[in-house]
Write a protein that binds this ligand. Sequence first.
Ligand code: DOR
Length: 390
Amino acid sequence: MPGVIDPQVHFRDPGASNKEDLGTGSRAAVRGGVTSFLDMPNTRPTTTTHSALEAKLQRASRICVANYGFFIGATPDNLDVLNTAAPVCGIKIFMGASTGDLLVDKEQDLDRIFSSGSRLIAVHAEDEERIQERMTHFLGQQNSRYPPSLHSEIRDPKCALIATERALNLSQRYGRRLHILHLSTAEEVTRLRQGKPSQVTAEALPNHLFLTTDDYDEQGSRVQMNPPIRRPGNEKALWAGLKEGVLDIIATDHAPHTLEEKSSPYPASPSGMPGVEISLPLMLTAMSVGRCTLQEILKWMCQGPAEVYGIPNKGIIGEGYDADLTLVDIDNITEVRDENVWSRAGWSPFSGRSLTGWPQITIVGGQIVYDHGTLREGVTGSALSFNQTR
Ligand code: DOR
């Protein structure tokens, strides 16, 4: 099949290479059949300036074994950079705070960004005001122990719906290209089903398709993320959204934190889970039990991301297209285990699950880079280009 494009990862480079860097992240990617990735700007320093973007591109060209693209991160006052930095796959706006300190939540700042320029805007849609209110309400008691499951109560479905609605309104007001990242609730699917403008696309994560709040019992803060995992039932709505085309693509939001960090008591435990190397096996496993077809996987994970971000010559196998390919054995059954994870994070929220369908060979730009469990030396990825005419 064509190589998977993972359109949302956090490879922590620069700033936290003890958890991941562009080298280790891209190696984990090819292990999972992912040949291109789009990396988020909440690094340290943040990717919010021309020089920070340039430094990432330079470093990626030296150490990435998969093809790479980067988001430029929005702040309340870097509008000029947002519209001139290149190449970028889009502008990332954290409408609610998550890992790192990027945040744009004031109406006049959001309005200014949506109204100037034409680049794709990708939003982390959670309402900061409601998050803050609920943190104060739920975490108000000094010296209390809080269960990680409280995370899904604090950042409740309404936090997501309010912000998604707000982004849709801004996109409609200015006709601005909008991509809603990691949509997680049944309420948002219903909202989009009622009316999804042609300039809007949306994404789901395996985390929200295959985990629910029931998983806190065994995994605790390992499954803490933003937006949080949801009550059982929401995953069915996300699957339905994907099937209907209300949701367009699948990303992982690969967010490596160490288990040591995760073992801090909630709310000091960080949000996010590694996932870049497991998404294709998870989806192939879903296929093996009839939840989706191979054609749908190709649409959601290969062709779709190329179309959403306007990446030329990627996403399908065809004459004139780049030879980014993965050969999968759809009968291979292998259990996910923390010790076998390639990401420097060294664990997976899917450990213990036997998945059916694993990449055996991954080819980037015509060269074999991953071959039956080993990495071949000497292959490097290329910078992606973006042609956004939508
Ligand atoms: O859970 C999350 N972790 N959500 C995000 O939006 C950011 C990510 C991270 O970078 O750790």
